[in-house]
Design a protein around this ligand. Structure first.
Ligand SMILES: [Zn+2]
Length: 316
């Protein structure tokens, strides 16, 4: 076994689990991923065995200098237990302890995947150098993470940055959180597709997913364009509130729906401009995230490589 200065980064979501060795300059040295296969609700350790095999493959004969983990929430990050919404087999699952047992003596830091994504984009992507940064993921849900005044802001229980549940329409649709009119209730992928279908869009292929809606919008289909414009508008309204509250200068938008590019971001910028007239807020730019599916891995590595800035618990 060879001691390595590289960090083992792990990104766990409902569809895939990825791992990589990441150097101190942010370079990805080795990367691999597996599908998050559904297992029985009481077979959490089976899923862990799959992940452990992936980790062994990625580290090879090296001992990483530390391990950073981004995982879908909710979680109790201080205890290292996770209950990802889209992984029913893990409920209060002691993920950090499992990783620590696999790599004895190595520091393991685990946090929300939205925070990891935001940190990744701030360290190596669209948020580089920003003093007021929000990294946003718009996909099945809408999540976010904050890096303000040079430090990640995670909140007392690790839930700061939940931009998806900022209210954009008090009379809007019910949200899965139990509230009403949240950004997520309007702008999450499935809600955008549902709205298009309700308003007469008929997916040609028969599968009414976000990708075929995006294809329709790209082809100039009016209802598809209106569906993205509605989501973009909601996004712009939420971001206007966030920019005033935190004096943001950069918002990077990633996630599956962000593949719509200007179809989503154009209307977001129009709404944002309508609701931000004071210069300190109006100057904030809404840009596409640039690291794609690697943002979470890069951010998880930064929990170790740059703990003074990017680990909510602070420096070592
Ligand atoms: Zn909500």
């Amino acid at each position: 076994m060879i001691d390595s200065p590289d960090v083992l980064a792990i990104d766990i979501g409902g569809t895939k689990m990825a791992a990589a060795l990441i150097a101190a300059d942010g370079r990805i040295e080795r990367r691999s991923q597996v599908v998050t296969a559904p297992v029985a609700a009481d077979a959490g350790d089976e899923l862990w065995a799959t992940l452990a095999a992936l980790l062994d493959e990625v580290v090879g004969d090296t001992v990483p200098g530390g391990i950073g983990v981004g995982c879908g929430g909710p979680m109790n990050w201080a205890h290292g237990d996770v209950s990802p919404l889209n992984i029913p087999a893990w409920r209060d699952y002691p993920l950090r302890r499992r990783v620590e047992e696999r790599f004895p003596g190595t520091t393991v830091r685990l946090h929300n995947d939205a925070i990891a994504m935001a940190v990744g984009e701030h360290w190596q992507g669209a948020g580089r150098g920003s003093r007021g940064f929000l990294g946003l993921v718009v996909s099945t849900g809408v999540g976010g993470g904050l890096v303000v005044d040079g430090k990640v802001i995670a909140g007392q229980s690790g839930n700061a940055g939940h931009i998806g549940h900022v209210v954009v329409d008090p009379n809007g649709p019910d949200c899965a959180c139990g509230g009403r009119g949240c950004l997520e209730a309007i702008a999450r992928g499935p809600a955008v597709v549902d709205w298009a279908v309700q308003n007469g869009w008929q997916p040609r292929s028969g599968d009414s997913d976000g990708r075929s809606l995006l294809a329709a919008a790209t082809a100039g289909h009016e209802i598809a364009l209106a569906a993205f414009a509605r989501a973009g508008h909601a996004l712009g309204v939420a971001l206007a509130s966030a920019a005033h509250l935190l004096e943001l200068d950069t918002v990077a938008v990633g996630g599956g729906l962000a593949n719509a590019g200007e179809t989503l971001l154009g209307p977001a910028r129009v709404a944002f401009a309508t609701h931000t007239k004071m210069p300190f807020a109006a100057r904030c730019e809404i840009v596409p995230a640039v690291l794609g599916g690697d943002a979470g891995l890069v951010g998880a590595a930064a929990f170790i490589h740059h703990s003074e800035q990017y680990w909510p618990g602070g420096a070592d």
